[in-house]
Design a protein around this ligand. Structure first.
Ligand code: ADP
Length: 488
């Protein structure tokens, strides 16, 4: 019998015993009834077949040797009608071959005659275990089906031939599909979108040892979807198909745009009055509005420095907002990065010298030009050199170098400065994040420099890495993709 979590009886397993020997029928029925099963008996194959027409049994104990319809004849009919019924054949010693044949025809197990109550109990409980496993799988399947159907995200699975094997209602709604069932149909029939088809193709050809997902964004005009495609595999890591998950990120995108617009507006509105305050203070400091006492000069100089810092903040906020809205990287040209590095290093010599810091560019190999926005690249390098100067105590050394690494131009900015603790390394690229400790206490900044550098590099399909050790120094690596043959 089946018990629920509170060990209460929920329903009984039903067993049908088909045997022409009355003794076997009686003993088996008595014993199994005592074990809590619901037991029915039939004395011929024909009666057994009639009984299964009317009722579905969990287990059938079937004698192979019976006058009239034998067990071997009944078995295929029975399996055809109730494929999930577990059949155990009862056989005499002499008919071992028959029992093997019966197994081939779909019997679950066999029990040779004569059998003890213990033998019978063992074989029945083994069958019950099997039924429970089947039931668990069926329950799990139905649970997953309900879950996937109720998800607000879209889910679609395909087989290796790119035919749809599952698509939940959210998915169909996102791709605006309201036709007939999609199961078994080629993906291309349902989604006429090259990006998704290419993604599915790429995922299906991922080698066994590589398990990764591909992501993209689909701008369908009114809606923006984020799409993720993952392979699913068998035990031996062979590709069986793909799963595509979609999320509607339209609102997120709109909010992001609103936020950027708001930041731009505020930064812009602050910048002009700040400039005019700075100019007025400058007029006083220059003595154009009368004599200024030493103490007043000191206070006004400090105020001017704070105003400049605020001005920097608003400029960086504006830059970030512009980069995020994708405006800044639109114009790209072939740029000789070696020359750009030389110019930047020359420009910062004075600032570095003022801190007794050595700033040098290592001898460069021949570098091909890269396709970038020149102003952006100036900003990236200048930010990194500026940071290196700021966070390197007097007497330090800053070195720039560049080389070709695979298909990238790699630029390194190294310093022998205060370094960055491991816990902070991941966060220094977050907006407004600044390391706060004794060493950085008197260094001013906005916490926007590195986020700007990162956004620019990523907008150029590049990568930004950092390696750092406290007290020893830091190295920032910028990777910019080289020009491909189609861009030449
Ligand atoms: P900030 O305006 O504060 O310099 P950034 O975004 O450029 O803002 O940098 C974020 C933080 O990362 C800095 O506050 C500093 O703590 C740390 N940092 C950046 N560059 C370096 C460096 N070269 N050496 C040590 N710390 C650095």
């Amino acid at each position: 019998m089946i018990k629920n979590a509170n060990s209460e009886e929920v329903f009984k397993y039903s067993i049908l015993v088909v045997d022409d020997e009355k003794r076997i029928r009686d003993v088996t029925q008595r014993m199994l009834t005592q074990e809590g099963f619901e037991v029915a008996v039939a004395e011929t194959g024909e009666t057994g077949m009639k009984m299964i027409e009317e009722k579905n049994f969990d287990i059938i104990l079937l004698d192979l040797m019976m006058p009239g319809m034998s067990g071997l004849e009944a078995l295929p009919l029975l399996k055809a009608r109730h494929p999930y019924t577990v059949v155990i054949v009862i056989t005499g010693y002499a008919t071992l071959e028959h029992s093997i044949e019966a197994m081939k025809k779909g019997a679950f197990d066999f029990i040779p005659k004569p059998f003890s109550p213990q033998d019978l109990r063992l074989v029945i409980f083994k069958a019950i275990e099997f039924i429970r496993t089947l039931q668990d799988i069926a329950n799990e399947k139905s649970r997953i089906r309900v879950l996937i159907n109720e998800l607000s995200g879209g889910v679609m699975a395909t087989d290796i031939q790119k035919q749809v094997v599952l698509a939940n209602p959210a998915f169909l709604k996102m791709i605006n599909y309201f036709g007939e069932s999609v199961i078994g149909r080629p993906v291309a029939d349902i989604i006429q979108n090259e990006k998704i088809e290419t993604m599915i193709d790429q995922v299906l050809t991922l080698p066994e040892e590589k398990f990764s997902d591909l992501t993209t964004e689909l701008d369908l005009g009114e809606t923006v979807l984020s799409v993720r495609c993952i392979p699913f595999r068998d035990r031996l890591d062979r590709n069986l198909g793909t799963i595509t998950v979609m999320n509607d990120i339209t609102t997120l995108r709109k909010m992001d745009q609103l936020k950027s617009d708001f930041v731009s507006m505020v930064a812009h509105e602050i910048r002009s009055p700040l400039n005019s305050i700075a100019m007025q203070i400058k007029v006083i400091l220059d003595g154009l509005a009368g004599d200024v006492a030493e103490k007043q000069q000191e206070i006004l100089t400090r105020a001017l420095a704070k105003i400049k810092a605020l001005g920097n903040l608003s400029t960086e906020l504006l830059d970030l907002a512009r980069i995020e809205s994708g405006l800044i990287t639109q114009e790209r040209e072939k740029v000789n990065m070696g020359k750009l590095l030389m110019e930047q290093v020359a420009f910062y010599q004075e600032a570095a010298g003022a801190k007794s810091t050595q700033l040098a560019l290592e001898a460069l190999p021949d570098l091909p030009p890269v396709l970038v926005n020149r102003q952006n690249m100036d900003e990236v390098i200048s930010n990194l050199i500026n940071n290196a100067i700021n966070y390197t105590p007097e007497g330090g050394k800053i070195t720039l170098s560049a080389s070709i690494e695979n298909n990238y131009l790699c630029i390194r900015v190294s310093d022998t400065g205060i370094g960055i603790h491991k816990d902070d390394l991941e966060r220094i690229f977050d907006r407004f994040y600044r390391v706060k400790d004794e060493k950085t206490r008197y260094i001013t900044g906005t916490g926007l420099g590195l986020p700007i550098v990162k956004s620019i590099v990523e907008a150029h399909n590049g990568r930004l890495n950092v390696e750092s050790e406290p007290e020893k120094g830091s190295t920032f690596y910028i990777y910019i993709p080289l020009i491909t043959s189609s861009e030449l």
